[in-house]
Design a protein around this ligand. Structure first.
Ligand SMILES: CCCCCCCC/C=C\CCCCCCCC(=O)N[C@@H](COP(=O)(O)O)[C@H](O)/C=C/CCCCCCCCCCCCC
Length: 216
Protein backbone atom coordinates (compact mmCIF):
# COMPACT_ATOMS: atom_id res chain seq x y z
CA UNK A 1 0.00 0.00 0.00
CA UNK A 2 1.56 3.37 -0.97
CA UNK A 3 1.22 6.51 1.20
CA UNK A 4 -1.77 7.96 -0.65
CA UNK A 5 -3.73 4.71 -0.26
CA UNK A 6 -2.86 4.56 3.44
CA UNK A 7 -4.18 8.10 3.96
CA UNK A 8 -7.44 7.12 2.33
CA UNK A 9 -8.08 4.12 4.50
CA UNK A 10 -10.32 5.26 7.35
CA UNK A 11 -9.14 2.56 9.71
CA UNK A 12 -5.49 3.54 9.14
CA UNK A 13 -6.32 7.21 9.77
CA UNK A 14 -8.33 6.48 12.93
CA UNK A 15 -5.70 4.13 14.30
CA UNK A 16 -3.00 6.75 13.54
CA UNK A 17 -4.48 8.80 16.43
CA UNK A 18 -3.07 6.09 18.71
CA UNK A 19 0.44 7.36 17.91
CA UNK A 20 -0.48 10.76 19.37
CA UNK A 21 -0.40 9.29 22.86
CA UNK A 22 2.75 8.43 24.76
CA UNK A 23 2.82 5.83 27.55
CA UNK A 24 2.64 8.74 30.01
CA UNK A 25 -0.54 10.06 28.40
CA UNK A 26 1.10 13.00 26.64
CA UNK A 27 -0.57 14.09 23.39
CA UNK A 28 2.11 14.61 20.72
CA UNK A 29 1.18 17.49 18.46
CA UNK A 30 3.17 16.37 15.42
CA UNK A 31 1.17 13.12 15.25
CA UNK A 32 -2.06 14.96 16.09
CA UNK A 33 -1.58 17.28 13.10
CA UNK A 34 -0.55 14.40 10.81
CA UNK A 35 -3.64 12.36 11.77
CA UNK A 36 -5.89 15.34 11.12
CA UNK A 37 -4.36 15.75 7.66
CA UNK A 38 -5.49 12.18 6.97
CA UNK A 39 -9.06 13.11 8.00
CA UNK A 40 -9.04 16.18 5.74
CA UNK A 41 -8.72 13.85 2.74
CA UNK A 42 -12.05 12.26 3.72
CA UNK A 43 -13.63 15.66 4.16
CA UNK A 44 -12.67 16.53 0.59
CA UNK A 45 -14.12 13.34 -0.85
CA UNK A 46 -17.91 14.04 -0.86
CA UNK A 47 -17.42 17.12 -3.06
CA UNK A 48 -17.42 20.90 -2.92
CA UNK A 49 -20.26 21.12 -0.40
CA UNK A 50 -17.81 20.32 2.40
CA UNK A 51 -14.98 22.51 1.14
CA UNK A 52 -15.83 25.31 3.63
CA UNK A 53 -15.35 22.78 6.43
CA UNK A 54 -12.12 21.36 5.10
CA UNK A 55 -10.71 24.88 4.49
CA UNK A 56 -11.45 25.72 8.11
CA UNK A 57 -9.68 22.58 9.36
CA UNK A 58 -6.70 23.21 7.06
CA UNK A 59 -6.36 26.80 8.35
CA UNK A 60 -6.35 25.48 11.93
CA UNK A 61 -3.69 22.91 11.07
CA UNK A 62 -1.61 25.71 9.51
CA UNK A 63 -1.88 27.75 12.72
CA UNK A 64 -0.56 24.75 14.66
CA UNK A 65 2.25 24.15 12.16
CA UNK A 66 3.30 27.80 12.39
CA UNK A 67 3.45 27.56 16.20
CA UNK A 68 5.44 24.34 15.93
CA UNK A 69 8.03 25.98 13.70
CA UNK A 70 8.15 29.29 15.62
CA UNK A 71 10.99 30.32 17.95
CA UNK A 72 8.80 28.94 20.79
CA UNK A 73 8.53 25.52 19.10
CA UNK A 74 9.91 23.69 22.15
CA UNK A 75 6.63 24.47 23.96
CA UNK A 76 4.55 23.00 21.15
CA UNK A 77 5.73 19.40 21.39
CA UNK A 78 2.73 18.11 23.29
CA UNK A 79 -0.74 19.34 24.20
CA UNK A 80 0.33 19.40 27.84
CA UNK A 81 3.44 21.54 27.21
CA UNK A 82 1.45 23.90 24.98
CA UNK A 83 -1.29 24.40 27.59
CA UNK A 84 1.27 24.97 30.36
CA UNK A 85 3.20 27.50 28.25
CA UNK A 86 0.25 29.47 26.86
CA UNK A 87 -1.68 29.56 30.15
CA UNK A 88 1.25 30.58 32.31
CA UNK A 89 2.29 33.29 29.82
CA UNK A 90 -1.31 34.58 29.40
CA UNK A 91 -1.29 33.81 25.69
CA UNK A 92 -4.91 32.61 25.68
CA UNK A 93 -8.04 34.80 25.41
CA UNK A 94 -10.14 33.46 28.26
CA UNK A 95 -13.38 35.42 27.92
CA UNK A 96 -15.75 36.67 25.25
CA UNK A 97 -15.98 40.27 26.45
CA UNK A 98 -12.53 41.70 25.91
CA UNK A 99 -11.04 42.43 22.49
CA UNK A 100 -9.24 39.29 21.26
CA UNK A 101 -5.50 39.58 21.80
CA UNK A 102 -4.58 36.00 20.94
CA UNK A 103 -7.11 34.84 18.33
CA UNK A 104 -4.72 32.18 17.05
CA UNK A 105 -3.57 30.65 20.30
CA UNK A 106 -2.76 26.95 20.19
CA UNK A 107 -5.25 26.27 23.02
CA UNK A 108 -8.31 27.71 21.23
CA UNK A 109 -7.24 26.20 17.90
CA UNK A 110 -6.84 22.68 19.30
CA UNK A 111 -10.10 23.09 21.24
CA UNK A 112 -11.98 23.39 17.90
CA UNK A 113 -10.20 20.31 16.53
CA UNK A 114 -10.85 18.45 19.78
CA UNK A 115 -14.60 19.17 19.56
CA UNK A 116 -14.58 18.17 15.89
CA UNK A 117 -12.91 14.88 16.81
CA UNK A 118 -15.67 14.32 19.34
CA UNK A 119 -18.21 14.99 16.59
CA UNK A 120 -16.47 12.33 14.46
CA UNK A 121 -16.41 9.87 17.35
CA UNK A 122 -20.17 10.26 17.94
CA UNK A 123 -21.03 10.27 14.24
CA UNK A 124 -19.06 7.11 13.43
CA UNK A 125 -20.33 5.49 16.64
CA UNK A 126 -23.87 6.29 15.44
CA UNK A 127 -23.12 4.92 11.98
CA UNK A 128 -21.84 1.75 13.57
CA UNK A 129 -24.81 1.03 15.79
CA UNK A 130 -27.67 2.45 13.69
CA UNK A 131 -30.04 0.43 11.56
CA UNK A 132 -29.49 0.07 7.80
CA UNK A 133 -32.23 2.54 6.90
CA UNK A 134 -31.12 5.33 9.26
CA UNK A 135 -30.43 8.73 7.74
CA UNK A 136 -26.85 10.00 7.83
CA UNK A 137 -28.08 13.61 8.02
CA UNK A 138 -29.88 12.78 11.28
CA UNK A 139 -26.83 10.97 12.70
CA UNK A 140 -24.64 13.88 11.69
CA UNK A 141 -26.81 16.58 13.22
CA UNK A 142 -27.32 14.61 16.42
CA UNK A 143 -23.53 14.38 16.82
CA UNK A 144 -23.16 18.04 15.81
CA UNK A 145 -25.73 19.24 18.37
CA UNK A 146 -23.94 17.32 21.13
CA UNK A 147 -20.49 18.73 20.28
CA UNK A 148 -19.75 21.72 18.05
CA UNK A 149 -23.15 23.38 17.76
CA UNK A 150 -23.04 25.48 20.92
CA UNK A 151 -19.72 26.99 19.77
CA UNK A 152 -21.04 28.10 16.37
CA UNK A 153 -22.94 31.15 15.18
CA UNK A 154 -26.41 31.05 13.63
CA UNK A 155 -24.96 31.46 10.14
CA UNK A 156 -22.66 28.46 10.58
CA UNK A 157 -25.63 26.39 11.82
CA UNK A 158 -27.50 27.24 8.60
CA UNK A 159 -24.55 26.34 6.37
CA UNK A 160 -24.00 23.09 8.24
CA UNK A 161 -27.69 22.14 8.00
CA UNK A 162 -27.56 22.57 4.21
CA UNK A 163 -24.32 20.56 4.02
CA UNK A 164 -25.81 17.70 6.05
CA UNK A 165 -28.65 17.34 3.54
CA UNK A 166 -26.05 16.63 0.86
CA UNK A 167 -24.55 13.72 2.77
CA UNK A 168 -24.51 10.38 1.01
CA UNK A 169 -26.51 7.44 2.37
CA UNK A 170 -25.30 5.16 5.13
CA UNK A 171 -24.54 2.47 2.51
CA UNK A 172 -22.31 4.87 0.52
CA UNK A 173 -20.49 5.86 3.71
CA UNK A 174 -19.79 2.26 4.55
CA UNK A 175 -18.52 1.65 1.01
CA UNK A 176 -16.25 4.69 1.36
CA UNK A 177 -14.64 2.89 4.28
CA UNK A 178 -13.66 0.12 1.85
CA UNK A 179 -15.73 -2.37 3.81
CA UNK A 180 -17.51 -5.22 2.08
CA UNK A 181 -20.40 -5.36 4.49
CA UNK A 182 -22.09 -3.36 7.18
CA UNK A 183 -20.94 -5.98 9.70
CA UNK A 184 -17.30 -5.61 8.61
CA UNK A 185 -17.53 -1.80 8.88
CA UNK A 186 -19.02 -2.18 12.36
CA UNK A 187 -16.15 -4.40 13.43
CA UNK A 188 -13.56 -2.01 12.03
CA UNK A 189 -15.12 0.95 13.85
CA UNK A 190 -15.38 -1.10 17.03
CA UNK A 191 -11.62 -1.66 16.88
CA UNK A 192 -10.56 1.81 15.74
CA UNK A 193 -12.88 4.20 17.60
CA UNK A 194 -11.46 3.47 21.08
CA UNK A 195 -8.21 5.16 19.99
CA UNK A 196 -9.91 8.48 19.38
CA UNK A 197 -12.13 8.02 22.45
CA UNK A 198 -9.04 7.62 24.62
CA UNK A 199 -7.41 10.68 23.06
CA UNK A 200 -10.63 12.65 23.55
CA UNK A 201 -10.82 11.70 27.26
CA UNK A 202 -7.24 12.78 27.96
CA UNK A 203 -7.57 16.09 26.08
CA UNK A 204 -10.95 16.82 27.65
CA UNK A 205 -9.56 16.26 31.16
CA UNK A 206 -6.58 18.53 30.47
CA UNK A 207 -8.79 21.33 29.11
CA UNK A 208 -11.25 20.96 32.01
CA UNK A 209 -8.45 21.11 34.59
CA UNK A 210 -7.33 24.46 33.15
CA UNK A 211 -10.89 25.81 32.60
CA UNK A 212 -10.23 26.00 28.86
CA UNK A 213 -13.38 24.33 27.55
CA UNK A 214 -15.20 27.59 26.79
CA UNK A 215 -12.51 29.53 25.00
CA UNK A 216 -14.00 32.13 22.64
C1 LIG B 1 -16.29 7.33 5.47
C2 LIG B 1 -16.74 8.44 6.31
C3 LIG B 1 -15.64 9.16 6.91
C4 LIG B 1 -15.99 10.48 7.45
C5 LIG B 1 -14.74 11.17 7.84
C6 LIG B 1 -14.93 12.62 8.05
C7 LIG B 1 -13.70 13.22 8.60
C8 LIG B 1 -13.90 14.63 9.01
C9 LIG B 1 -13.69 14.87 10.43
C10 LIG B 1 -14.18 15.94 11.07
C11 LIG B 1 -14.94 16.97 10.35
C12 LIG B 1 -15.43 18.09 11.20
C13 LIG B 1 -14.55 19.27 11.12
C14 LIG B 1 -15.18 20.46 11.77
C15 LIG B 1 -14.18 21.49 12.19
C16 LIG B 1 -14.86 22.60 12.91
C17 LIG B 1 -13.91 23.54 13.58
C18 LIG B 1 -14.73 24.75 14.00
O1 LIG B 1 -15.49 24.67 14.95
N1 LIG B 1 -14.62 25.85 13.27
C19 LIG B 1 -15.52 26.98 13.45
C20 LIG B 1 -14.92 28.02 14.36
O2 LIG B 1 -13.73 28.45 13.88
P1 LIG B 1 -13.23 29.92 14.28
O3 LIG B 1 -13.77 30.83 13.22
O4 LIG B 1 -13.80 30.23 15.62
O5 LIG B 1 -11.74 29.82 14.24
C21 LIG B 1 -15.94 27.52 12.10
O6 LIG B 1 -16.64 28.70 12.22
C22 LIG B 1 -16.86 26.51 11.53
C23 LIG B 1 -16.77 26.01 10.35
C24 LIG B 1 -17.74 24.98 9.87
C25 LIG B 1 -17.80 23.79 10.77
C26 LIG B 1 -18.83 22.78 10.47
C27 LIG B 1 -18.76 21.58 11.34
C28 LIG B 1 -19.61 20.47 10.85
C29 LIG B 1 -19.24 19.14 11.42
C30 LIG B 1 -19.69 18.03 10.57
C31 LIG B 1 -18.92 17.79 9.32
C32 LIG B 1 -19.54 16.82 8.40
C33 LIG B 1 -18.60 16.28 7.41
C34 LIG B 1 -19.01 15.02 6.79
C35 LIG B 1 -17.87 14.37 6.10
C36 LIG B 1 -18.07 13.33 5.21
Amino acid sequence: MDDSEKDFNLKVVLVSFKQCLTDKGEVLLNHYIASWKGLVRFLNSPGAVFSFISKDVVSKLQIMERLRSSPQSEHYTSLQSMVAYEVSNKLVDMDHRSHPRHPHSGCRTVLRLHLALHWLQLFLGGLRTSSEDSRTSALCSEAYNATLASYHSWIVHQAVTVAFCALPSRKVFLEAMNMESSRQAGEMLGEALPFIEHLYDISQKLYAEHSLLDLP
